[in-house]
Design a protein around this ligand. Structure first.
Ligand code: ZN
Length: 659
């Protein structure tokens, strides 16, 4: 029994952010052994926090150290405006795991003055700032103030602007300063020549590219004894503690192989781990822990660290399982060139899970679906595992109910009613189609480099999965499988998808900026391409000065999605970089300034936060006094700032001084 049941969904709101809580429903029904497994996997998910902060930008940890010291020890008036502004800035930096916006990647500019920061820092009690040997507080501030206040220094975490040197203009820390895009691309082109061309390892994913004293480029590998070794040793320790509680032999192999990977940094070992992980479909408790997604690297090679512990929600998984069981049918009927269909669709496993702990790049802002591994050849030979995260989706839905977004942006009462009625079931179904089938479908033409689309690959891949879902959600098959209540229900998804891609997602973009993030680019691309190529299906209309999407022919919209899916699959299968560039740059990037301004004004009048993240629950082990765990208790009450400060203290692994 849980002692504390003070569960609340929404917590706090500041800037463009809102913190929610997610409930770990069903935790109390797990066996003690499973609870212990989750406990240690959760600890492993938290120990890599500092890795991500350092990956995002080399200045993040020193800045966090300075800000947290002031937040804890500030002796002035905490109710005055500058301190309030300072607090908002710190909370935003926590949310983004660094000084750049977690989604838009631009630097967060503080509302308080440099004079305030210098004054506050100079009055700190001696010893609370971790200074490097010989460093003074004044020297630290001279280093950090330009980084915090100047909009021009380290301006973007990930720059994707076509035609610029993407490494020299990005602040992320995957490449040593001064290494150019061309140098890095040449380095990895050479690396790719070695090894098995049919089963390539993911070159560069677990290292920082540096320049040695003799000028040659080399990799500093993330591993025990290497870069981030101290954090990795703690993760290994927690994985070892989890091992005795593994649910079966297969899961033991997964954990042991991951430990070997962390010890060696060897990418073949990583592939073996991924294969073992895919093969473990029997365990109810599962996890992700490691260098995983490449969105934080402008070249799409280097993976950010993330950690995640979860368990299967058996009831909700039936839905996803129905799709998985029919994977081959979907593949065979896909409206793409038959040469690019997978002849045998294998091992597409899917389930709905309950998140138990979020860490690294999944905290506090988290994906609601996960599809891994990312290696193309492992996916086609061994399959992939796909999960949608039920309790996070539920928390979002609860927050959206009170929002008012739909009422403002949906064109009329009849459409609003239809959307409200079917949106929730359509949303989960589209996510399932995207994750369970979309990413796993299709194949490359033999000999095509999986990285051929370079900076455009993430956007094209997300578009492919989204289009697959959009095309099939309107199929009779959904009714036959009992996944939608009626044959019009899909229209809710079509309407909201178009509305989001054309209108509502613009609220997330700052004035004067373009669309940068892969998922946002993909949604804009699909919606705008459809408007341009199927004007009979949908158009933009203006009513009383407000812009809306009007869908006039839903079946025609489906045909358009199918046509675009075929083209996007062709681009991916053939590695047609030029076509990818043209498609993304034409439809996925630009923002129409007057429309943008209108949408932002309408949105601001609603007083909502466009981005949401989650506060983690807390697990505490009860012991019998002789070191044996008798139960694990989950509690939810921890405030956002307390959780962040506790993590910074408890899971500190990297040096806080600037290098
Ligand atoms: Zn996706």
């Amino acid at each position: 029994m849980s002692i504390q049941d003070t569960f609340v969904f929404t917590d706090e709101k500041f800037a463009d952010l809102q913190l929610l809580r997610y409930q770990v429903k069903g935790f109390d029904q797990l066996t003690l052994r499973q609870k212990c497994l989750i406990y240690y996997l959760s600890e492993a998910a938290l120990w890599g926090r500092d890795i991500l902060w350092d990956q995002n930008c080399r200045c993040n940890l020193p800045v966090r150290n300075l800000l947290e010291a002031i937040y804890k020890h500030y002796a002035g008036d905490r109710t005055e405006q500058e301190f309030q502004d300072f607090t908002v800035y710190l909370k935003r930096v926590w949310f983004s795991s660094g000084i750049h916006h977690h989604y838009g990647c631009q630097k967060i500019i503080p509302a308080f003055s440099e004079a305030f920061l210098r004054q506050a820092a100079s009055q700190l009690p001696p010893g609370v700032l971790k200074l490097a040997e010989g460093q003074t507080v004044a020297h630290l501030l001279d280093t950090l103030c330009p980084i915090i206040f100047s909009p021009h220094i380290l301006a973007k975490r990930v720059n994707q602007a076509d035609g610029e040197d993407l490494l020299l203009t990005s602040a992320c820390n995957y490449y040593e300063e001064g290494i150019t895009q061309q140098e890095a691309e040449q380095f990895y082109t050479r690396q790719k020549k070695d090894g098995d061309p049919d089963r390539p390892v993911m070159h560069g994913m677990n290292s920082r590219l540096v320049r040695r004293a003799d000028g040659r480029l080399a990799e500093d590998t993330y591993r025990s004894g290497g870069l981030y070794g101290k954090a990795i040793d703690h993760i290994i320790r927690m994985l070892q503690a989890a091992l005795p509680y593994a649910e079966n032999e297969q899961q033991k192999a997964v954990i042991s192989t991951l430990i070997s990977f962390y010890r060696t940094g060897d990418l073949h070992t990583f592939d073996r781990y991924a294969i073992e992980w895919v093969a473990d479909t029997a365990s109810q408790v599962d996890f992700v822990n490691g260098f995983t997604e490449v969105y934080g690297d402008p070249l799409g090679l280097k993976a950010s660290w993330e950690g995640y512990a979860y368990f299967t929600d058996a009831e909700a998984s039936t839905r996803a399982q129905k799709l998985s069981d029919n994977a081959q049918w979907f593949e065979d009927h896909s409206p793409i060139n038959p040469a690019y269909r997978k002849p045998v669709c294998k091992g597409v496993s899917a389930s709905v899970v309950t998140a138990a702990m979020l860490g690294g790049d999944l905290y506090p802002s988290s994906a609601i679906g996960i599809n891994l591994p990312n290696s193309n050849w492992i996916r086609s030979e061994h399959g992939s595992k796909s999960v949608t995260i039920g309790n996070l989706i539920h928390a979002y839905d609860e927050a959206a109910k009170t929002g008012g977004m739909l009422k403002e942006f949906v064109i009329d009462e009849a459409t609003l009613q239809m959307v409200t009625q079917y949106n929730a079931c359509c949303d989960s179904l589209h996510t399932d189609l995207h994750e369970c089938l979309g990413h796993g479908s299709g194949r490359l033409r033999p000999g095509v480099d999986p990285d051929a689309l370079k900076a455009y690959s993430s956007t094209i891949e997300e578009a492919r999965a989204d289009l697959f879902g959009l095309y099939y959600i309107a199929d009779k098959k959904m009714l036959q499988l009992g996944l939608l209540p009626c044959k019009e229900a899909y229209q809710a998804q079509y309407y909201t998808y178009m509305m989001n891609g054309l209108i509502s997602q613009l609220v997330r973009i700052e004035p004067g900026h373009q669309i940068e993030e892969a998922h946002m680019r993909n949604r804009a691309l699909i919606a705008r391409w459809t408007l341009a190529h199927a004007p009979e299906a949908a158009r933009m209309v203006k009513r009383e000065g407000k812009t809306y999407v009007k869908v006039t022919d839903y079946p025609a919209l489906r045909t358009a999605f199918g046509t675009l899916l075929a083209e996007v699959q062709r681009i991916k299968s053939e590695g047609d970089y030029e076509a990818a560039r043209l498609l993304v740059e034409t439809y996925g990037v630009q923002v129409d300034a007057p429309l943008h301004q209108e949408i932002r004004q309408r949105y601001q009048a609603l007083h909502l936060a466009p981005y949401k993240g989650f506060i983690n629950p807390r697990y505490e082990a009860q012991t019998d006094g002789q070191g044996h765990i008798t139960d694990i208790q989950v509690t939810y009450g921890e405030p956002y700032d307390q959780q962040m400060l506790r993590y910074s203290e408890q899971y500190a692994t990297l040096s806080h001084s600037t290098r």
